[in-house]
Ligand binder design. Structure first.
Ligand code: ZN
Length: 255
């Protein structure tokens, strides 16, 4: 085990060195960075909230339109659970790197708002966020705290203005990713000297194609994720332990 700790320490020091050298670093984060905050990765089997129902069916745009009450009966408690979660030290390391001028921004697949809560200022949420919900008829927007007051007796969040159906501003299964956010993510990743990928298996497109943009432009990719990713063989450095411990070691190595 001493050898393993040593190897992790070496990789963390190597990543710290690459961060110092890089003129432009961007982070790309996925579900793994929020697991230490108590938010399960729905693709991991046996993780509480997600096991009773298949999210790919219930959290699907067709399900929202077909049976809005059933959609919200699944989504409403999830909303409330997510709203209570707090950022963990891994989120805080990324916010600290931005404060130090060592990170240009965070592109995230997560909808939990925890990067912003940790103090990150430039956050591109390519799957949207639970922060707001919008009316599918008139387009008006409600903050997370307001949504609870919108439910009618059937359990459907209903617009106060036009009585239309209100939908969370997150990308549901069967929906396209928001064009503006994806364009911004692509621009950031293509312009980065280094893309720091944290807690993402980098398997779900189009986000999985973002490291390709960095590599194609001559930049480096670093991977800090448990489990394999398609970019491991091309990563300049690879850390695969606990995300809080790994990023903590990198920050410690930066001094
Ligand atoms: Zn409306």
């Amino acid at each position: 085990m001493a050898g393993k700790v040593g190897a992790t320490g070496t990789a963390a020091a190597e990543l710290a060195g690459l961060l110092r050298e890089s003129a432009s670093t961007v982070a790309l984060t996925g579900a793994g960075i929020s697991v230490p905050s108590g938010i399960p990765d729905f693709r991991s089997p046996g993780t509480g909230l997600w096991t009773k129902l298949d999210p790919m069916k219930v959290a699907h745009i067709d399900a929202f339109h077909r049976d809005t009450a059933a959609f919200w009966s699944y989504y409403r408690p999830r909303f409330e659970t997510l709203g209570d979660k707090r950022p963990n030290p891994a989120h805080e390391v990324l916010a600290e790197l931005e404060r130090r001028g060592m990170l240009d921004g965070v592109v995230t697949q997560n909808i939990d708002r925890l990067h912003t809560a940790a103090g990150s200022e430039r956050v591109v949420e390519v799957h949207g966020s639970i922060a707001t919900s919008s009316c599918t008829s008139c387009g008006c927007t409600y903050r997370l705290e307001e949504v609870d007051d919108l439910f009618d007796e059937d359990g459907i969040a209903t617009c106060r203005g036009c009585m239309g159906k209100v939908k969370p501003d997150v990308v549901l299964f069967g929906e396209y990713l928001p064009e503006d956010a994806m364009a911004e993510a692509q621009r950031l990743c293509a312009g980065a000297d280094m893309l720091l990928c944290v807690g993402s298996s980098l398997e779900v497109y189009p986000v999985a194609g973002l490291p390709e943009l960095t590599l194609a432009a001559g930049g480096r990719v670093a991977v800090v994720t448990q489990g394999p990713t398609p970019y491991d063989s091309r990563a300049a450095v690879r850390l695969g332990g606990d995300v809080v411990a790994d990023l903590g070691a990198v920050l410690a190595a930066l001094g």
